[in-house]
Structure formats: C-alpha cells, structure tokens
Write a protein that binds this ligand. Structure first.
Ligand SMILES: Cc1ncc(COP(=O)(O)O)c(C=O)c1O
Length: 366
C-alpha cells in the first residue's frame, strides 16, 4: 500500500535519493557467482588500519558496554595539538560525512543557497536538499577543475555555504592554497566555506598547512580518518574551524555521535604518523603506475591528486561490466554526469597489477 502522505510531511525528499556507495565485494560475489573480488570503488586504504589502531580497538572492545566520551575530549586534545589550534576549534563526526551534513544543516535551510561544483562530492548536494536549501551546482570550466570565477558569480545574498573538495572527488583535481585564498578574498565574510580535505594526506607536501595558511572568518577545513589512515569502517572524521562555528554546530550534533572504537582507533592512528606516511608514499607510487597503464591504453581520464585514478572511454559501461565479470569493482560516475568515466581506487600493488592486466585483456576484445 502506498503511503501518500509521507512526501507531504518532508517536501524536500522529492527527488532526493540515497547515496549510492561502491558495490560491496559480497554483492559482486553473489551476483557473478565468483569466489574472489577486488574492490577498487570507495577510495579506501587497501593496506588496512595501522597496527597501533588495531591494538587500540582490541583494547577498547572490552569497554563497549560503556558509552563513549560524548565530547571526544582526548581526541580533541590530540587533534588540537596536531594542528596547533585550540581544542574548541575541533568538531568530531561520525565520518567527515557527518561533519559536512551537520555544517550544511546548521547554516542552510529553506530559502538559503549552498554553492558547490557540479562534479563536486555528491554529499554536498544531498545534504543541501535534505536541509531544505537550494543547491547551486557550478559546472567545471574544463570538465574537471572547479570554476572558481563561476562560483563567485553564482553567489547571491541567499548563499550561506560554499563547499570545495580539495583534492576533489571524483575528478581528482587540486587547487593550490594560493588560488583558494584568492577565492576566499572575493567572498562575503558571512559565508561559511567548507574546504573538504578528505584526501589531504596525498597532497600534504604540495598543498602545505591549509589550517594555518587559509584565512576566512567562516572557514571550515574538514579531514577524515577514512582514507590515508585506513579507518573507513570506523566512521570518524573532523573539522577545524572558528570556535564559535564549532559551538553552533555542536548544538545539532547527537550526543554520542562517534563510537568508542572509532575514538580509540583515531587516537592510536595519530601516534603512527610514520605508518601513514609510508602507506601514502606507496599509494602515490601505485597511482602513478596505474595512470601510466591507463595512458598506455589511451584511457587516462585526467591527472589525479588523490588515491584514485580516472578511466575515460565512450564504452565505460561495457568496461565496467567486463571488469566486474572478472571480479574487479570500479566506480561508475554517471551520478556525477560523467558517463564516460570510471573511478578506480588505488589498491595494493598486486590488486593494481590484476586490474591492469584484466583491462589490457578486455580492451583487446572491445
Ligand atoms: C571528498 C570527500 N569528502 C568526504 C568524504 C566522506 O568520507 P568519510 O565520511 O568516510 O570521512 C569522502 C568519501 O569518499 C570524500 O570523497
């Protein structure tokens, strides 16, 4: 039976669709009757979490009959020291996804506008619509890179939030902090600007210390433990912003939004900086190999600065199907209007080699 009053209760759900994640390994195994599959669809760290984080979670497992620290005090202290900021400037979320949603919900509502790139991370559009605000999606000038002039032109007196992922997912493009600062200088002081640095660790050397370099009263820099830190399954991310912004957003946050295991793992992972650095170096070396392999097949969709690469071909749907037949899961990008593209997360050296040889074989028959 159709419950037709549901849409009337929450009108902004009209046209709102749930986020579609990368296909889980188990789903592909079931669909194709395979024994093994390689997931290259969600930009995870393929090496697993740091051994210190695993140990911390094992220890914390004996404590989960207690609620976690609702204010994540120890983690805030540690992140504050890590970034050389005040602890009041740290907002912790159940993944940086929650941080993004909380920020958009806190600052934008019915009648307000949120500006982002057309091929920006899709959660900005979903969170904006869920908040009842209007999303202004600005097309990329060259198909992949943020059009910052276009984003300035898109501002109106209803603009409350601007979102930029740097590097961007799914296009992989990077803006320098000098370019971002020049953009920030053109914005009204009362606009909240989220610089989403989920992939920061892969560009730390080129980008520099954004937290201290970028200046804007409403600036929020979000980071995650899901990518380089290998804790995607824990769901933990955070933002650094002015303490007044953090205090306001905290009013919207649910009491125990970050689990005990996630807090323990993140604390330990921060102590294992050398491990993270080594995994990032391996990922970048592997990314370069993947890009060279795609280039050799004339399939490279653009230069990526994150832990994924872009494949471009007019038969991308067929390539996707054939890769899945061989137990390899890439990410289709039709949801971003990028129908010719597949996004391939950088896996381990062995996984990438399997992917490249499967791709070579199937391109011969295409
Ligand atoms: C640009 C960007 N921001 C944020 C996220 C959310 O990550 P998480 O919620 O796991 O921290 C992702 C995940 O893929 C992303 O690509």
């Amino acid at each position: 039976m159709r419950i037709d009053w549901l849409a009337r209760c929450v009108p902004q759900t009209e046209g709102l669709y749930p986020y579609v994640p990368g296909k889980p390994v188990e789903t592909l195994l079931r669909e194709k009757g395979l024994q093994r599959a390689i997931k290259l669809a969600s930009n995870e760290n393929p090496y697993g979490p740091s051994p210190l984080a695993i140990k911390a979670m094992q220890q914390a497992a004996t404590e989960v009959h207690r609620y976690p620290d609702g204010d994540a005090n120890a983690l805030k202290e540690k992140l504050a020291a890590f970034h050389a900021v005040d602890r009041q400037q740290i907002l912790i979320g159940n993944g940086s996804n929650e941080v993004l949603e909380l920020l958009i919900r806190s600052f934008a509502g019915v009648g307000d506008e949120v500006v982002y790139a057309q091929r920006g991370f899709i959660v900005y559009a979903l969170a904006t619509q869920a908040a009842g605000a209007s999303g202004i999606a600005v097309p990329e000038a060259d198909g992949l890179t943020h059009d910052l002039d276009g984003m300035v032109d898109a501002l109106s007196d209803r603009t409350k939030v601007v979102c930029i992922a740097n590097p961007n997912n799914p296009t992989g493009t990077l803006l320098s902090n000098a370019v971002i600062q020049a953009f920030l200088d053109r914005l009204p002081r009362d606009v909240v600007v989220i610089i989403d640095e989920a992939y920061y660790d892969f560009v730390a050397d080129e980008l520099g210390d954004s937290v201290h370099v970028l200046q804007h009263p409403g600036l929020v820099i979000s980071r995650t433990f899901s990518k380089a830190y290998g804790l995607a399954g824990c769901r933990i991310g955070y933002a650094v912003a002015d303490a007044q912004i953090v205090a306001l957003v905290n009013r919207f946050r649910e009491p125990f939004n970050v689990s005990l295991l996630a807090q323990s793992a993140a604390l330990a992972a921060l102590d294992d900086g050398a491990w993270v650095k080594a995994r990032v170096a391996e990922t970048i070396a592997e990314r370069d190999k993947l890009e060279a392999g795609l280039d050799a097949l004339a399939l490279l969709g653009g230069k990526s600065f994150a832990n994924f690469v872009l494949l471009r071909h007019h038969q991308s749907a067929e390539i996707l199907r054939r890769l899945e037949d061989q137990g390899i899961i890439p990410r289709p990008l039709a949801a971003y209007g990028m129908v010719d593209y597949l996004r391939i997360s950088v896996g381990t050296a062995a996984e990438n080699a399997v992917f490249l040889s499967a791709l070579n074989r199937l391109m011969n028959g295409l």
